[in-house]
Design a protein around this ligand. Structure first.
Ligand code: 0RA
Length: 650
């Protein structure tokens, strides 16, 4: 029944609840949790944890323990007050059952907690219940233990009283429904990343993550603890751990005296990159919004006023732009807003106008005090701003020179590019291929209608460390610009990226599956991340996944992308023994014939592409700083911790 057909009476609370029954969630899961892939799968955990976080923010819960069980079910245990279990007078069933079976019911029972958490979609635990083939909930409350179980959102029996219990709390175990999700395997890193973030955003809560699928050498399960005493202050220190600080302290603002709780931590490092992460109600607002506008306005105004008062700008004789205040800035902004309005393409841009002034006031006040109390640091920051302004002007001139000598557009396409015949960018793909030899194979293996090949000579320039005009001087990099049809400078902004003539909507990085190849991937990704981030944001950048092995027995042939697949083949065709099985290990793209390369890596019907996303800007920014920056120690540590290729090469 559509909403239009309803009589006025049917619009009562109960009818809306019927309309929004759990069947609706199972019919259109993506509408409620975003998607049915890995993202949606992990979102279920966030949805449950968010309820516990709300309970913690209300002051009743201190510990949250998350378990990934052997069967990929998830258990979330908290020591809050426990979901109420008393009979609901109208519904004639326990409040617990209502919370778990009625959409958005959680909040209605819990008016005294200030709902701030509740995920991007904020649909509640009933939604998780609907999308689980099994859910088990336990509540400790009033000295007793209660329990209920569900399948696909339907209760298996009414709430049971199980006996006496000590303390209070809620424990939810759910197993995602494999008929709904494309994948049901949880990733430790995805979960730990969000839980770490939550610990920093909500100081004082102890969160643990235990993976019962994995036993360590000492016989214990893989486990991580997340706890932050000082909140965002420590978050910024974590982000900055691979960078050189300009000022030793992290400026920490934490106040709700202007009506909206605002927490900000910021510092400056010696790089020229800005890293600004913002949150509203624990949700990462990737598109920022009014809270960030307030922050930027206050930062620019306060620093400028300080420099003016001290007559520093007069002496330096430069025009300062707002962007000059952002070079080397690292900041995390978190606000808690009662009724957030989210706007923008991905609904992650805060629209509430009143928040801008609140953040502005809080930042101006704290920053003024910091500058007055720390004149040495103030001088360092202002010096850096002045330097940024001078560098900006010098770079603009150098860029003009380079571009005048050798424009990015109009010079024709690079000689090394084997272009495709189709001209519709939406259909066209550009392969960036490591080395001329693999480039040659790719040219033969491609579909020349829509696939273009640009071979790159080995390692491209590390843009993390190079000055602006040096980047534009590099031939390999100029080739990427011209092949893509990307130029620099629009009417409004001479420095902006101009994508209006972009020639391909798929840009595919294709390198060898070895250490060198992964280094080249990183260099090319660093280039896109720092210079053409919009292409990553639009989802145009991909990494081609070349197979590692070809396994054959008699006439049966199979390509394998990892050791697991190879072992499966050996199991299936050799009963676990390798006799009679041929395993060819591909060390590089060059070892494949054009037919093999086409069949495994280039043909859209058969290949696997990994889309490059900017899911988490903070993490990406840090990874690039660690991998491409000057500091050797954190780089070595990072590579050791993430040594996937090292293993393959062994
Ligand atoms: C409704 C009311 C109350 C607490 C909760 C819900 C609650 C929900 C969840 C979900 C996970 N952990 C939770 N902990 C508590 C307050 C009841 C009271 O006044 O005691």
């Amino acid at each position: 029944m559509s909403a239009e057909n309803k009589t006025e009476e049917e619009y009562s609370g109960s009818s809306i609840q019927v309309l929004e029954g759990l069947e609706a969630v199972r019919k259109r899961p993506a509408m409620y949790i975003g998607d049915i892939g890995p993202k949606g799968l992990h979102h279920l955990v966030n949805e449950v944890v968010d309820n516990s976080i709300d309970e913690a923010l209300a002051g009743y819960c201190h510990n949250i323990d998350v378990f990934v069980n052997e069967d990929n079910s998830i258990t979330v245990v908290d020591d809050g007050r426990g979901i109420p279990v008393d009979m609901h007078p109208k519904e004639k069933r326990s409040a617990l059952e209502v919370v778990l079976t009625v959409l958005h019911a959680g909040g209605k029972f819990n008016k005294d907690t200030y709902k701030v958490s509740g995920g991007l979609h904020g649909v509640g635990v009933s939604c998780v219940n609907a999308l689980s083939d099994f859910l088990h909930v336990e509540v400790k409350r009033g000295g007793k233990l209660y329990m209920q179980e569900y399948s696909k959102g339907k209760p298996a029996f009414p709430v049971k009283e199980m006996g006496p219990a000590e303390g209070t709390g809620t424990s939810v175990t759910f197993h995602p429904d494999g008929t709904i999700f494309t994948e049901t395997e949880y990733k430790f890193e995805t979960l730990s990343h969000r839980l770490r973030e939550l610990a920093y955003l909500n100081a004082g809560i102890r969160i643990s993550l235990t993976d019962k699928r994995e036993t360590l050498e000492n016989g214990e399960f893989k486990k991580e603890l997340f706890y932050s005493e000082k909140g965002l202050c420590e978050f910024v220190e974590y982000i900055e751990r691979a960078k050189e600080r300009l000022v030793p302290e992290v400026i920490h603002i934490n106040t709700d005296k202007y009506g909206t709780p605002v927490e900000i931590a910021m510092t400056y490092n010696t790089t020229s990159n800005e890293s600004l992460t913002s949150y509203v109600n624990n949700i990462n607002t990737i598109e920022h919004g009014t809270h960030v506008n307030g922050f930027r306005r206050a930062l620019t105004r306060t620093l400028k006023k300080y420099a003016d008062d001290k007559k520093i700008l007069e002496k330096a004789k430069v025009e300062i732009n707002p962007e000059d205040f952002r070079e080397g800035l690292t900041a995390v902004i978190s606000v808690k807003v009662a009724e957030p309005q989210f706007e923008g393409q991905t609904k992650t841009k805060l629209g509430n106008g009143e928040v801008q002034g609140v953040v502005d006031k809080a930042v101006a006040e704290a920053l003024e005090a910091y500058l007055e109390e720390n004149p040495k640091q103030a001088q360092l920051i202002i010096d850096k701003v002045v330097l940024a302004a001078k560098a900006r002007i010098a770079a603009a001139n150098a860029r003009k020179m380079v571009l005048r000598k050798n424009p990015l557009s109009g010079a024709g396409l690079p000689g090394k590019l084997a272009d495709c015949s189709d001209k519709d960018p939406e259909k066209c793909e550009l392969f960036l291929v490591e080395g001329d030899s693999a480039g040659g194979t790719a040219k033969q293996g491609r579909d020349r209608h829509f696939q273009a090949i640009l071979p790159l000579r080995g390692k491209i320039l590390n843009v993390e460390k190079a000055a602006d005009h040096r980047v534009l001087d590099s031939e390999e990099i100029r080739n990427i610009y011209t092949a893509l049809g990307v130029t620099i400078g629009t009417e409004e902004d001479p420095k902006a990226l101009n994508l209006s003539k972009l020639r391909y909507h798929k840009i595919i990085i294709m390198t060898d599956a070895d250490v060198d190849g992964s280094h080249i991937d990183t260099l090319i990704l660093t280039f896109f991340f720092r210079r053409m981030r919009e292409l990553i944001e639009k989802g145009y950048v991909y990494i081609a996944m070349a197979p590692l092995y070809k396994c054959s027995k008699g006439k049966v042939e199979e390509y394998c992308w990892d050791d697991n697949q190879r072992d499966k083949f050996i199991m299936q065709y050799g009963g676990g023994s390798e006799t009679g099985i041929k395993i060819q290990r591909y060390k590089g793209l060059g070892e494949m014939s054009e037919v093999q390369l086409k069949e495994t890596t280039m043909d859209p019907d058969k290949r696997t592409l990994k889309q490059v996303t900017l899911e988490d800007f903070t993490e990406a920014d840090m990874t690039f700083s660690i991998l491409m920056g000057d500091d050797v120690a954190p780089r070595r540590k990072f590579i050791e911790e993430n040594a996937v290729y090292a293993e393959i090469d062994a």
